[in-house]
Design a binder for this molecule. Structure first.
Ligand code: HEM
Length: 587
């Protein structure tokens, strides 16, 4: 019901209408292919396309499309009240799309009612269709399951809902996936759901939209390396609003589009090849390695401060001191490193972090208008600041990335490209590494034997960081668009379909990793996909690895009594990036 209501407001908004009318309501329920109303309309032979065509003809589009119309028309409100009456008449406790469909057939004088009457969707036929919906167990497709006689009435009562689900596995599975992805438990621990998807629905099409969900290693690998899969920053704009909401695809498209059109993360060859090669020439392993002593010093200073705050202790050990890992170390260190690497003066880091955070907010789930406005403001302020810094570095170059990119011998990028890709480095370079440190430390503290092994054998830090990356990756999903018809595990992906691949799930695929749910810091065969693969393989992988090695290695070796004081860490919302809000450690 909620989806039908918001869908109608969004439909009206998209068409530039001031009010959502009964026609927008009708279109919204007809389009939601899983709804009872869609079944009823289909049962009576009324196709959504027919409704859409007739509505297009009768209600021309307004001038300025927007995300949502601000209100309902009086006629639409009458329909919504009528649907409550229909639910009462059928003795239903909840109002659903089926009651809207029934109410639409009983209200005269609207285009929607006229259209339905013309199509033969009378009240009697609507009621007959609703009965059919119940008779068929509310599914779109039926699957036969053998019945077993259960004699006890109590047992029958318990089994009834289960039997329904067993009887209609497709419906049950869809309900399960929807409920699971939206459930707070999914954010806390997505891995059980990944396993179920990998095992029984590895190439899954979303019932609402042309979106595929891939969860096996091989398919994720193919999606990332096969040139038939493209980057398409505008793909999400084509999705219906309900699908965007359900799939956690952000709405702030205007903002996204302005940045993404020129940042390498969202480009295909040949544009991608040109920009990426400019950055690989300047973002060299030597430049990264040179940062090591500075990073170690920064880490030591932060830990020294925490120790002295706690009263200090022999040999630099904590003894009673505490550290909020995320805000005190895991967040400030990577942002300082990347800002310094690019060439921004240290006095501006707080300002830069605020701008990056505001811009990142607008890329979350359904940002508010205020968040979108704040992001736009941050971007404009940052652009002015950035242009000033660039001007300064042109005349007074330093030993940093921006100076190297501006050097006369460097290949030229236009100012928008330089800005968008520098912002990409800033954004990609801190949140992700912060979460690698947070998720990594949490995994270690929850596996004391592994932590002990690392403490006794500092030389395994390389494989340890790789395993922590595999075990709980900071980036859980990545996406592409099918550039042509593609066959995958017997399914046909059409040109333009969106593909979301779960890196988190691929990393736990038993076909590739032995005992995938086990944390094994000495794992040798570890081809995890946490940094992606192929032409978009993470440009900052070496830097992220070094930061994690330094921070995790130093914490583990300096503090032999390290303790996790946060009993139940709170995970950040959203399914793409995975990390905790805070993690209190006893040193
Ligand atoms: C643990 C930390 C990090 C993780 C898990 C991570 C993850 C990823 C992933 C999965 C991709 C590929 C996305 C795709 O194929 O669609 C990627 C690309 C990228 N990453 Fe990272 N990243 C991390 C740190 C960094 C750092 C520190 C930087 C920069 C300083 C960085 C810069 C980039 C850039 C520029 C790209 C785009 C490359 C391209 O499109 O050619 N990342 N990253």
């Amino acid at each position: 019901m909620r989806r039908a209501v918001t869908g109608a407001l969004e439909e009206a908004g998209r068409r530039g209408a001031e009010e959502a009318t009964p026609e927008h309501l009708l279109l919204s329920i007809a389009r939601d292919s899983e709804s009872a109303a869609a079944f009823m309309l289909e049962h009576a032979g009324v196709a959504p396309a027919t409704i859409e065509k007739q509505l297009d003809a009768s209600s021309p589009r307004g001038e300025t499309p927007r995300q949502r119309a601000p209100r309902f028309s009086d006629a639409a409100l009458t329909i919504l009240e009528g649907s409550q009456a229909q639910a009462d008449a059928w003795k239903h406790r909840h109002v659903g799309t089926e009651h809207i469909a029934l109410a639409l057939t009983q209200t005269n004088g609207t285009d929607a009612a006229a259209l339905l009457a013309r199509e033969g969707f009378t009240h009697d036929r609507a009621e007959a269709a609703l009965r059919a919906w119940y008779d068929q167990g509310m599914p779109r497709r039926r699957h036969g399951v053998a019945r077993v006689a259960v004699r006890s009435p109590a047992m029958r009562a318990i089994l009834r809902p289960l039997r329904w689900l067993m009887h209609y596995p497709t419906l049950a599975w869809n309900v399960y996936i929807r409920k699971s992805v939206g459930h707070p438990k999914f954010v806390t621990d997505p891995y059980p759901l990944y396993r179920k998807l990998r095992e029984r629905d590895p190439v899954r099409r979303d019932p609402l939209a042309p979106v595929w969900i891939l969860t096996r290693y091989d398919d994720t690998f193919t999606m990332l390396r096969d040139p038939r899969f493209k980057k398409d920053p505008f793909a999400s704009i084509r999705l219906p609003p309900q699908a965007r909401e359900q799939l956690d695809v952000p709405m702030a498209d205007a903002f996204r589009a302005s940045l993404e059109t020129v940042s390498m993360l969202f480009l295909d060859p040949p544009e991608h090849t040109r920009i990426r090669s400019i950055f690989t020439k300047t973002f060299t392993p030597r430049r990264i390695e040179n940062l090591r002593p500075r990073m170690q010093r920064m880490c030591d200073e932060i830990l020294d401060r925490a120790v002295s705050r706690g009263g200090g202790g022999g040999g630099g050990h904590g003894r009673g001191a505490t550290l909020e890992l995320m805000s005190e170390l895991a967040a400030p260190l990577p942002v300082t490193v990347i800002a310094e690497l690019l060439g921004f003066p240290p006095s501006d880091y707080a300002k830069i972090k605020k701008w990056s955070d505001e811009m990142a907010e607008a890329l979350g789930l359904n940002p508010t208008l205020e968040q979108q406005a704040a992001a736009q403001r941050a971007r404009e302020e940052m652009r002015k600041y950035f242009d000033r810094i660039v001007e300064h570095l042109r005349t007074t170059p330093g030993d940093n990335l921006l100076s190297a990119l501006l050097a006369p011998e460097a290949e030229v990028m236009n100012p928008d490209e330089l800005f968008a890709n520098s912002v990409l480095l800033l954004a990609a370079g801190h949140e992700t590494t912060t979460n690698l440190i947070g998720n990594g430390m949490l995994a270690l503290l929850r596996h004391p034997a592994q932590l002990d092994d690392l403490r006794k054998h500092p030389e395994i830090i390389d494989t340890a960081v790789e395993e922590l990356l595999r075990f709980d990756p900071p980036v859980q999903w990545t996406s592409r668009v099918a550039g042509e018809t593609i066959e995958m595990r017997g399914q046909q992906l059409n040109r333009g379909d969106i593909c979301l691949a779960s890196v988190g799930s691929a990393n736990r695929d038993p076909a590739v990793f032995k005992d995938p749910d086990k944390l094994d810091l000495r794992r040798q065969e570890n081809k995890h996909l946490s940094f992606g693969t192929g032409i978009h393989f993470c440009l900052g992988a070496a830097l992220a690895r070094m930061e994690a090695e330094i921070v995790i290695g130093t914490l583990v070796h300096r503090f032999p009594n390290l303790k996790l004081l946060t009993k139940r860490p709170r995970w950040r919302k959203g399914i793409t990036f995975r990390g905790v809000h805070s993690l209190e450690l006893g040193l």
